[in-house]
Write a protein that binds this ligand. Sequence first.
Ligand code: NAD
Ligand code: MG
Length: 299
Amino acid sequence: MTVTDRLTPQDPRNQYPKPPFPQQPQPAPGEVARIQPVPDHGEHSYTGSGKLTGRRALITGGDSGIGRAAAIAYAREGADVAISYLEAEQRDADEVAELIRAEGRTAVLLPGDLTSESWCREMVERTVVGLGGLDILVINAARQQFRENVEEISSEDFDRTMKTNLYAMHWIAQAATPHLQPGASVITTSSVQAYDPSDILLDYATTKAGIVAYTKALSKQLMKKGVRANVVAPGPFWTVLQPSGGQPQEKVEQFGSQTPFERPGQPVEIAPVYVLLASQEGSYITGEVYGVTGGAGIA
Ligand code: NAD
Ligand code: MG
């Protein structure tokens, strides 16, 4: 989709592909080249207007999906961007780096596993060195692997989901806080799962509720130094998280059909919220949860 196609007023229900989608199992972490239809992360459809000129951003999970859309938007708004991802995602990360550099901005690539505390801390330090500081912290990486029954969630599963979605958030926030100056912004990614959990996402939904509480508490601390912190809570978005074990294939086939739009959101459709919350236009916004749910709501 081009910028004109995306920004021309139209019925949003028909703006992007609707289910049914093909079943398409792939191993976690998913790879963008293997999801059909191809998601719109803004590669050809996001245009910037200088909202983040000279800002320095770190986005975890910036190689694909929502994080990739935020990375592209941030670079087009004038920011330098560091992205973290797993080593297996090098190809996706290289594509994002190329898009950032095409805007004349600096890209820092940070492959590594966020379930390691030492890596989380090192990653923040590498960002600060690579970009010369940190103004925008987007904590977005996540593990989502469905399990039909509570008995099937092994301690290993539970531990890995908690480490990726909650512990890493804490380690990264803790390491980053000393670097954040007044005007900086922290953004975490929760989910509608925090409010209306699916039976098959017990561990994941628990972490997404935890992210909301943590971010709201953190926002109260950070405002004492002039730093804002907010949560984005997406509904169903067409990303590689879902076919790579996030949902059963029958649900991938119908993904987004339960919304009033009868389709999933595309990653570029949530990028403007990450831009708003990062930019000085969001100057009076902190401790909030922004739902982008396709009408499901987050109450
Ligand atoms: P995605 O798979 O594209 O992004 C998730 C990223 O997390 C991966 O790219 C990977 O780099 C990173 N990651 C996972 N485990 C990691 C680890 N151990 N170490 C380092 N990195 C790791 O999927 P997405 O849908 O764009 O997910 C982004 C965020 O959006 C997540 O927090 C997810 O929970 C949230 N979310 C997504 C949806 C949806 O429908 N896609 C809905 C609600 C919330
Ligand atoms: Mg990825």
